[in-house]
Design a protein around this ligand. Sequence first.
Ligand code: ADP
Ligand code: MG
Length: 263
Amino acid sequence: MQANSPLVVENLSVNRSKRVVLDDVSLTIERGEFVGLVGPNGGGKTTFLLTILGILKPIQGSVELFGSRNPSSNIFRKIGWVSQHASNIPKNIKITVRELVELGTLNSSNMFWIYNSEQKERVARAIELTGLKSVEDRNIFNLSGGQRQRAVIARALASNAEFILLDEPLVGLDRESRNSLLNFLDRLCHESQKTILMVSHDIAAIQQSSHRMVFLEESIKYDGESGCFPSLSELANLRGIEPVHKSNYNENQIYQLEDMESK
Ligand SMILES: Nc1ncnc2c1ncn2[C@@H]1O[C@H](COP(=O)(O)OP(=O)(O)O)[C@@H](O)[C@H]1O
Ligand SMILES: [Mg+2]
């Protein structure tokens, strides 16, 4: 374990409304990794991200960001957070792509926004990296869903984020936008050594792009290479789901299920 891993979570348990939502979760993510966090609805994925960010408090266990259990604002500056509805910006806000990305460079120490050349450069680089140069002066409502999603990611990049957490960024995207966003995130890890933890219920899409997958349902049921992610029947077994129609099962049906999954 490196001293400065972006994330080290140990034995984390979280309750919500007095119910156990996360139970003894441990996870370490190293620099440059692209980790896909998958699991059923209500399995605790969003809760996990909110606990990492310090918004929810665990009843047990610890979260370490870049080697720190009590992250200072300097460490929080390295974290980019793209929430589930980040690209649903209210329609009455008239804002261009560049203005949105510039907001990423705002923090408590430059509230009055003395916009210096270093910030300007970060904004330009984030727009370049996300492929939005040709639309930077456009109102964000005149963008496609995929471009808008990239714009909120550019805002996180402009803040100098090294570790980016994304909650369901693929929702509402068509196939082409989804593929280009996944390619882009993969390049960010390989070429810019960013670290990504991305939540999605689209297991197939995640499996094609992330290096490592974590299946979370109260506790971690799988953590390993994306290429070795369990089949549907193995997954049911890991989750403790018994086949209801056991006596009717035959090999063909199992193969059909596996075929469906690989599509
Ligand atoms: N604001 C909340 N207050 C109380 N319980 C909540 C709240 N949000 C989510 N939960 C509960 O926490 C559990 C995990 O939810 P969540 O982390 O949103 O799962 P996921 O993101 O995997 O769908 C669910 O049982 C859900 O009902
Ligand atoms: Mg969620």
